[in-house]
Design a binder for this molecule. Structure first.
Ligand SMILES: Cc1ncc(COP(=O)(O)O)c(C=O)c1O
Length: 392
Protein backbone atom coordinates (compact mmCIF):
# COMPACT_ATOMS: atom_id res chain seq x y z
CA UNK A 1 0.00 0.00 0.00
CA UNK A 2 1.40 3.44 -0.92
CA UNK A 3 2.22 5.59 2.09
CA UNK A 4 -0.13 8.42 1.05
CA UNK A 5 -3.14 6.10 1.02
CA UNK A 6 -2.61 4.73 4.52
CA UNK A 7 -4.34 7.64 6.25
CA UNK A 8 -7.94 8.57 5.39
CA UNK A 9 -8.31 11.66 3.20
CA UNK A 10 -10.56 13.28 5.79
CA UNK A 11 -7.71 13.43 8.27
CA UNK A 12 -5.09 14.83 5.95
CA UNK A 13 -6.30 18.40 6.34
CA UNK A 14 -6.30 18.23 10.14
CA UNK A 15 -3.63 20.19 12.00
CA UNK A 16 -2.23 19.18 15.38
CA UNK A 17 -3.62 21.26 18.25
CA UNK A 18 -1.42 24.33 18.79
CA UNK A 19 -2.48 24.38 22.43
CA UNK A 20 -1.32 20.83 23.03
CA UNK A 21 2.01 21.29 21.25
CA UNK A 22 2.91 24.24 23.53
CA UNK A 23 1.90 22.32 26.65
CA UNK A 24 4.03 19.33 25.68
CA UNK A 25 7.07 21.61 25.11
CA UNK A 26 6.45 23.15 28.56
CA UNK A 27 6.41 19.69 30.15
CA UNK A 28 9.66 18.82 28.41
CA UNK A 29 11.43 22.02 29.59
CA UNK A 30 10.12 21.54 33.14
CA UNK A 31 11.37 17.95 33.19
CA UNK A 32 14.80 19.27 32.18
CA UNK A 33 14.74 21.52 35.26
CA UNK A 34 13.88 24.90 33.68
CA UNK A 35 11.74 27.35 35.67
CA UNK A 36 8.95 27.68 33.11
CA UNK A 37 5.89 29.85 33.76
CA UNK A 38 2.93 28.67 31.78
CA UNK A 39 0.12 30.96 30.64
CA UNK A 40 -1.02 28.23 28.28
CA UNK A 41 -3.62 26.45 30.41
CA UNK A 42 -7.07 25.89 28.96
CA UNK A 43 -8.45 24.73 32.28
CA UNK A 44 -9.09 26.23 35.73
CA UNK A 45 -6.13 25.69 38.08
CA UNK A 46 -8.45 24.78 40.98
CA UNK A 47 -9.00 21.24 42.17
CA UNK A 48 -12.41 19.60 41.67
CA UNK A 49 -14.33 20.18 44.94
CA UNK A 50 -14.34 17.32 47.46
CA UNK A 51 -18.13 16.90 47.48
CA UNK A 52 -17.94 16.03 43.78
CA UNK A 53 -15.01 13.65 44.24
CA UNK A 54 -16.85 11.95 47.13
CA UNK A 55 -19.87 11.28 44.92
CA UNK A 56 -17.63 9.56 42.37
CA UNK A 57 -15.94 7.47 45.06
CA UNK A 58 -19.26 6.33 46.44
CA UNK A 59 -20.45 5.51 42.90
CA UNK A 60 -17.46 3.19 42.55
CA UNK A 61 -18.01 1.64 45.97
CA UNK A 62 -21.69 1.04 45.36
CA UNK A 63 -21.00 -0.66 42.03
CA UNK A 64 -22.36 2.09 39.77
CA UNK A 65 -19.79 0.95 37.25
CA UNK A 66 -21.78 -0.43 34.33
CA UNK A 67 -23.20 0.95 31.07
CA UNK A 68 -25.87 3.58 31.50
CA UNK A 69 -28.35 4.88 28.97
CA UNK A 70 -26.25 6.19 26.05
CA UNK A 71 -27.36 9.79 26.45
CA UNK A 72 -26.77 9.79 30.23
CA UNK A 73 -28.83 8.71 33.22
CA UNK A 74 -32.34 10.05 33.55
CA UNK A 75 -31.38 11.57 36.94
CA UNK A 76 -28.53 13.54 35.38
CA UNK A 77 -30.60 14.64 32.37
CA UNK A 78 -33.35 15.85 34.72
CA UNK A 79 -30.81 17.95 36.59
CA UNK A 80 -29.46 19.37 33.32
CA UNK A 81 -33.01 20.07 32.17
CA UNK A 82 -33.60 22.02 35.42
CA UNK A 83 -30.32 23.88 34.98
CA UNK A 84 -31.29 24.93 31.45
CA UNK A 85 -34.64 26.17 32.78
CA UNK A 86 -33.25 28.02 35.78
CA UNK A 87 -30.14 29.59 34.26
CA UNK A 88 -31.01 29.91 30.59
CA UNK A 89 -34.83 30.09 30.34
CA UNK A 90 -34.64 27.06 28.06
CA UNK A 91 -37.15 24.24 28.07
CA UNK A 92 -35.32 21.07 27.10
CA UNK A 93 -36.99 17.90 28.36
CA UNK A 94 -34.60 15.03 29.29
CA UNK A 95 -35.13 13.43 25.88
CA UNK A 96 -33.86 16.63 24.25
CA UNK A 97 -30.56 16.29 26.11
CA UNK A 98 -27.52 14.18 25.33
CA UNK A 99 -24.64 13.93 27.81
CA UNK A 100 -21.26 13.20 26.21
CA UNK A 101 -17.56 12.91 27.04
CA UNK A 102 -16.94 16.67 27.35
CA UNK A 103 -18.37 19.65 25.51
CA UNK A 104 -15.87 19.00 22.73
CA UNK A 105 -17.53 15.65 22.12
CA UNK A 106 -20.97 17.31 22.18
CA UNK A 107 -19.90 19.84 19.51
CA UNK A 108 -18.40 17.08 17.39
CA UNK A 109 -21.60 15.01 17.69
CA UNK A 110 -23.70 18.02 16.72
CA UNK A 111 -21.59 18.74 13.63
CA UNK A 112 -21.49 15.11 12.54
CA UNK A 113 -25.25 14.89 12.89
CA UNK A 114 -25.97 18.10 10.96
CA UNK A 115 -23.45 18.17 8.14
CA UNK A 116 -23.47 16.51 4.77
CA UNK A 117 -20.22 16.57 2.79
CA UNK A 118 -19.35 20.12 1.69
CA UNK A 119 -22.02 21.78 3.84
CA UNK A 120 -20.60 25.10 4.99
CA UNK A 121 -20.26 26.23 8.57
CA UNK A 122 -19.68 29.89 9.40
CA UNK A 123 -17.02 30.39 12.05
CA UNK A 124 -16.31 33.90 13.35
CA UNK A 125 -12.57 34.70 13.62
CA UNK A 126 -10.90 34.43 16.12
CA UNK A 127 -12.29 31.02 16.98
CA UNK A 128 -11.62 28.15 19.34
CA UNK A 129 -8.96 26.00 17.66
CA UNK A 130 -11.05 22.85 17.35
CA UNK A 131 -14.07 24.23 15.43
CA UNK A 132 -12.56 24.27 11.92
CA UNK A 133 -10.83 20.95 12.45
CA UNK A 134 -14.07 19.32 13.57
CA UNK A 135 -15.88 20.69 10.53
CA UNK A 136 -13.09 19.28 8.34
CA UNK A 137 -13.34 15.84 9.94
CA UNK A 138 -17.09 15.90 9.20
CA UNK A 139 -16.20 16.68 5.57
CA UNK A 140 -17.92 20.04 5.79
CA UNK A 141 -16.34 23.34 4.77
CA UNK A 142 -15.31 25.90 7.38
CA UNK A 143 -16.08 29.43 6.14
CA UNK A 144 -14.38 32.05 8.24
CA UNK A 145 -16.08 35.33 9.03
CA UNK A 146 -13.64 38.11 9.91
CA UNK A 147 -14.55 40.28 12.86
CA UNK A 148 -12.86 43.48 13.88
CA UNK A 149 -11.19 44.89 16.97
CA UNK A 150 -13.63 47.82 16.87
CA UNK A 151 -16.56 45.35 17.18
CA UNK A 152 -14.78 43.61 20.06
CA UNK A 153 -14.22 40.66 17.74
CA UNK A 154 -17.92 39.85 17.72
CA UNK A 155 -19.70 38.86 14.53
CA UNK A 156 -22.32 41.47 13.60
CA UNK A 157 -25.61 40.85 11.83
CA UNK A 158 -24.20 42.56 8.72
CA UNK A 159 -21.09 40.33 8.74
CA UNK A 160 -23.31 37.30 9.07
CA UNK A 161 -25.75 38.25 6.35
CA UNK A 162 -22.93 38.96 3.88
CA UNK A 163 -21.55 35.45 4.31
CA UNK A 164 -24.74 33.48 3.91
CA UNK A 165 -24.83 31.56 0.64
CA UNK A 166 -27.00 28.58 -0.29
CA UNK A 167 -24.25 26.19 0.92
CA UNK A 168 -24.28 27.49 4.50
CA UNK A 169 -25.93 25.15 6.97
CA UNK A 170 -24.78 26.37 10.36
CA UNK A 171 -23.10 29.10 12.40
CA UNK A 172 -20.96 28.49 15.47
CA UNK A 173 -21.03 31.10 18.21
CA UNK A 174 -19.12 31.02 21.45
CA UNK A 175 -20.01 33.37 24.29
CA UNK A 176 -18.08 33.99 26.52
CA UNK A 177 -15.42 33.44 23.91
CA UNK A 178 -12.19 31.51 23.88
CA UNK A 179 -9.79 33.21 23.01
CA UNK A 180 -11.12 36.79 23.42
CA UNK A 181 -13.33 36.53 26.51
CA UNK A 182 -15.98 38.74 24.89
CA UNK A 183 -19.64 38.22 25.77
CA UNK A 184 -22.53 38.82 23.36
CA UNK A 185 -25.36 41.01 24.62
CA UNK A 186 -28.98 39.97 24.32
CA UNK A 187 -29.53 42.51 21.51
CA UNK A 188 -26.53 41.28 19.57
CA UNK A 189 -27.78 37.71 19.83
CA UNK A 190 -31.26 38.81 18.81
CA UNK A 191 -29.86 40.39 15.62
CA UNK A 192 -27.94 37.22 14.77
CA UNK A 193 -30.96 35.06 15.57
CA UNK A 194 -33.21 37.09 13.25
CA UNK A 195 -30.89 36.42 10.33
CA UNK A 196 -30.44 32.73 11.12
CA UNK A 197 -34.21 32.33 11.26
CA UNK A 198 -34.73 34.32 8.05
CA UNK A 199 -32.12 32.20 6.22
CA UNK A 200 -32.84 28.91 8.02
CA UNK A 201 -29.33 28.47 9.40
CA UNK A 202 -28.61 26.22 12.38
CA UNK A 203 -26.72 27.65 15.34
CA UNK A 204 -24.29 25.71 17.48
CA UNK A 205 -24.05 27.84 20.60
CA UNK A 206 -21.02 26.93 22.70
CA UNK A 207 -21.75 28.23 26.22
CA UNK A 208 -19.05 26.31 28.11
CA UNK A 209 -17.71 29.49 29.80
CA UNK A 210 -21.19 30.70 30.76
CA UNK A 211 -20.47 30.82 34.50
CA UNK A 212 -17.06 32.48 34.25
CA UNK A 213 -18.32 35.96 33.54
CA UNK A 214 -17.27 39.29 35.11
CA UNK A 215 -18.41 42.80 35.96
CA UNK A 216 -21.94 41.56 36.78
CA UNK A 217 -22.61 40.89 33.10
CA UNK A 218 -25.34 38.47 32.20
CA UNK A 219 -25.03 35.49 29.90
CA UNK A 220 -27.82 34.90 27.37
CA UNK A 221 -28.58 31.72 25.46
CA UNK A 222 -29.53 32.48 21.87
CA UNK A 223 -32.03 29.60 21.85
CA UNK A 224 -34.05 31.30 24.59
CA UNK A 225 -34.88 34.34 22.44
CA UNK A 226 -37.85 32.86 20.58
CA UNK A 227 -39.37 29.62 19.36
CA UNK A 228 -37.97 29.93 15.84
CA UNK A 229 -34.35 30.22 16.89
CA UNK A 230 -34.92 27.56 19.58
CA UNK A 231 -35.87 25.15 16.79
CA UNK A 232 -32.61 25.86 14.97
CA UNK A 233 -30.17 25.87 17.89
CA UNK A 234 -28.08 23.25 19.60
CA UNK A 235 -26.96 24.59 22.97
CA UNK A 236 -23.64 23.22 24.22
CA UNK A 237 -22.48 23.29 27.80
CA UNK A 238 -20.65 21.15 30.35
CA UNK A 239 -19.00 20.96 33.72
CA UNK A 240 -15.34 21.21 32.71
CA UNK A 241 -14.82 24.90 33.33
CA UNK A 242 -17.54 25.77 35.84
CA UNK A 243 -16.75 22.97 38.30
CA UNK A 244 -13.08 22.49 37.45
CA UNK A 245 -13.84 19.05 36.05
CA UNK A 246 -11.89 19.01 32.79
CA UNK A 247 -10.53 15.51 33.33
CA UNK A 248 -13.91 13.99 34.16
CA UNK A 249 -15.15 14.51 30.61
CA UNK A 250 -18.77 15.52 31.05
CA UNK A 251 -20.35 17.83 28.51
CA UNK A 252 -23.91 18.02 27.25
CA UNK A 253 -26.18 19.53 24.67
CA UNK A 254 -29.82 20.42 24.38
CA UNK A 255 -31.64 20.82 21.11
CA UNK A 256 -34.63 19.99 18.93
CA UNK A 257 -35.79 16.44 19.56
CA UNK A 258 -35.16 15.04 16.05
CA UNK A 259 -31.56 16.27 16.08
CA UNK A 260 -30.90 15.02 19.59
CA UNK A 261 -32.30 11.60 18.61
CA UNK A 262 -29.86 11.49 15.69
CA UNK A 263 -27.02 12.50 18.03
CA UNK A 264 -27.95 9.72 20.47
CA UNK A 265 -27.93 7.21 17.60
CA UNK A 266 -24.44 8.38 16.67
CA UNK A 267 -23.30 8.09 20.27
CA UNK A 268 -24.91 4.61 20.54
CA UNK A 269 -22.51 3.39 17.88
CA UNK A 270 -19.43 5.35 18.89
CA UNK A 271 -18.65 5.99 22.56
CA UNK A 272 -21.93 4.83 24.20
CA UNK A 273 -22.51 6.57 27.53
CA UNK A 274 -20.06 8.96 29.19
CA UNK A 275 -18.36 7.31 32.18
CA UNK A 276 -20.92 6.17 34.76
CA UNK A 277 -18.79 7.39 37.68
CA UNK A 278 -18.29 10.84 36.15
CA UNK A 279 -22.05 11.08 35.64
CA UNK A 280 -22.58 10.58 39.39
CA UNK A 281 -19.96 13.27 40.04
CA UNK A 282 -21.84 15.57 37.63
CA UNK A 283 -25.10 14.94 39.49
CA UNK A 284 -23.41 15.98 42.73
CA UNK A 285 -22.02 19.11 41.06
CA UNK A 286 -25.41 20.19 39.73
CA UNK A 287 -27.12 19.35 43.03
CA UNK A 288 -24.45 21.23 44.97
CA UNK A 289 -25.38 24.71 43.79
CA UNK A 290 -23.25 27.48 42.41
CA UNK A 291 -21.07 28.46 45.41
CA UNK A 292 -17.89 26.85 44.09
CA UNK A 293 -18.40 28.34 40.64
CA UNK A 294 -19.13 31.81 42.02
CA UNK A 295 -15.95 31.65 44.10
CA UNK A 296 -13.73 30.70 41.18
CA UNK A 297 -15.38 33.33 38.97
CA UNK A 298 -14.62 36.00 41.57
CA UNK A 299 -11.01 34.79 41.85
CA UNK A 300 -10.68 34.86 38.05
CA UNK A 301 -12.06 38.40 37.97
CA UNK A 302 -9.32 39.53 40.42
CA UNK A 303 -6.67 37.88 38.28
CA UNK A 304 -8.12 39.41 35.14
CA UNK A 305 -7.95 42.84 36.77
CA UNK A 306 -4.35 42.26 37.79
CA UNK A 307 -3.35 41.14 34.27
CA UNK A 308 -5.01 44.16 32.70
CA UNK A 309 -3.34 46.54 35.17
CA UNK A 310 0.02 45.13 34.06
CA UNK A 311 -0.69 44.90 30.31
CA UNK A 312 -1.99 48.48 30.28
CA UNK A 313 1.52 49.85 30.73
CA UNK A 314 3.19 47.58 28.17
CA UNK A 315 3.45 49.77 25.08
CA UNK A 316 3.96 47.08 22.46
CA UNK A 317 0.82 45.17 23.31
CA UNK A 318 -2.86 45.76 22.74
CA UNK A 319 -5.82 43.72 23.97
CA UNK A 320 -9.54 43.59 24.58
CA UNK A 321 -10.54 43.45 28.23
CA UNK A 322 -12.09 39.99 28.65
CA UNK A 323 -15.61 39.95 30.09
CA UNK A 324 -15.58 36.20 30.64
CA UNK A 325 -13.51 32.97 30.36
CA UNK A 326 -9.88 33.18 31.56
CA UNK A 327 -7.90 34.46 28.62
CA UNK A 328 -6.53 37.78 27.38
CA UNK A 329 -6.02 37.84 23.63
CA UNK A 330 -3.11 40.17 22.94
CA UNK A 331 -2.15 41.95 19.72
CA UNK A 332 1.62 41.64 19.34
CA UNK A 333 1.86 43.12 15.82
CA UNK A 334 3.98 46.03 17.10
CA UNK A 335 6.82 43.57 17.79
CA UNK A 336 6.92 42.77 14.07
CA UNK A 337 6.82 39.05 14.87
CA UNK A 338 4.18 36.51 13.93
CA UNK A 339 2.50 34.61 16.74
CA UNK A 340 4.61 31.46 16.51
CA UNK A 341 7.92 33.33 16.46
CA UNK A 342 6.81 35.49 19.41
CA UNK A 343 5.73 32.45 21.42
CA UNK A 344 8.90 30.60 20.48
CA UNK A 345 11.09 33.51 21.60
CA UNK A 346 9.20 33.96 24.85
CA UNK A 347 9.54 30.31 25.69
CA UNK A 348 13.19 30.01 24.74
CA UNK A 349 14.44 33.37 26.02
CA UNK A 350 12.17 33.96 29.01
CA UNK A 351 10.72 30.53 29.78
CA UNK A 352 7.22 31.92 29.47
CA UNK A 353 4.62 29.86 27.60
CA UNK A 354 1.75 31.52 25.71
CA UNK A 355 -0.42 30.11 22.94
CA UNK A 356 0.23 31.52 19.44
CA UNK A 357 -2.84 33.17 17.90
CA UNK A 358 -2.32 31.35 14.60
CA UNK A 359 -4.41 28.39 15.76
CA UNK A 360 -7.27 30.79 16.59
CA UNK A 361 -7.07 32.39 13.13
CA UNK A 362 -5.10 35.52 14.20
CA UNK A 363 -1.40 35.27 13.56
CA UNK A 364 -0.59 38.67 15.08
CA UNK A 365 -2.03 37.73 18.48
CA UNK A 366 -1.06 35.52 21.39
CA UNK A 367 -3.35 34.15 24.10
CA UNK A 368 -2.52 34.59 27.76
CA UNK A 369 -4.38 32.31 30.15
CA UNK A 370 -4.82 33.70 33.65
CA UNK A 371 -5.66 30.28 35.05
CA UNK A 372 -2.47 30.59 37.10
CA UNK A 373 -1.65 31.66 40.67
CA UNK A 374 -1.03 35.30 41.58
CA UNK A 375 2.66 34.53 42.09
CA UNK A 376 2.91 32.93 38.64
CA UNK A 377 1.01 35.83 37.08
CA UNK A 378 3.39 38.37 38.63
CA UNK A 379 6.50 36.46 37.54
CA UNK A 380 5.17 35.69 34.07
CA UNK A 381 4.04 39.24 33.37
CA UNK A 382 7.47 40.53 34.55
CA UNK A 383 9.03 38.22 31.97
CA UNK A 384 6.66 39.38 29.24
CA UNK A 385 7.40 43.03 30.06
CA UNK A 386 11.14 42.51 30.01
CA UNK A 387 10.92 40.65 26.66
CA UNK A 388 8.81 43.45 25.17
CA UNK A 389 11.39 46.05 26.27
CA UNK A 390 13.75 44.86 23.57
CA UNK A 391 11.29 46.19 20.95
CA UNK A 392 11.70 49.73 22.32
C1 LIG B 1 -14.68 27.26 23.61
C2 LIG B 1 -14.54 25.87 24.13
N1 LIG B 1 -15.51 24.98 23.86
C3 LIG B 1 -15.43 23.72 24.30
C4 LIG B 1 -14.35 23.28 25.04
C5 LIG B 1 -14.28 21.84 25.45
O1 LIG B 1 -14.65 21.59 26.75
P1 LIG B 1 -14.61 20.13 27.33
O2 LIG B 1 -13.37 20.02 28.15
O3 LIG B 1 -15.85 20.00 28.17
O4 LIG B 1 -14.60 19.16 26.21
C6 LIG B 1 -13.31 24.17 25.34
C7 LIG B 1 -12.12 23.71 26.10
O5 LIG B 1 -11.10 24.34 26.14
C8 LIG B 1 -13.41 25.50 24.87
O6 LIG B 1 -12.46 26.41 25.15
Amino acid sequence: MRIDTRIAERLKKIHPSSTLSVTSKVKQLKSEGYDVISFAAGEPDFDTPDFIKDAAISAIRSGFTKYTQTSGTLELKKLISNKFKKDNFLNYSPDQICVSCGAKHSIFNALLSLLNAKDEVLIPVPYWVSYPEMVNICEGTARFVKTSYKDNFKITAQDLEKHITPGVKALIINSPSNPTGVVYTKDELQDLADICVKKNIFVISDEIYEKLIYDNLKHFSIASLNKDIYNLTITINGLSKSYSMTGWRIGYLGGPQDIVEAICKLQDHSTSNPTSIAQKAAEAALNGGDDFTRNIASEFQKRRDYCISRLKVMKKINYIVPQGAFYVFCDISKTGLDSKSASYELLNEKYLALIPGEGFGKDDYVRISFAASQEQLEKGLDRLESWLNKFG
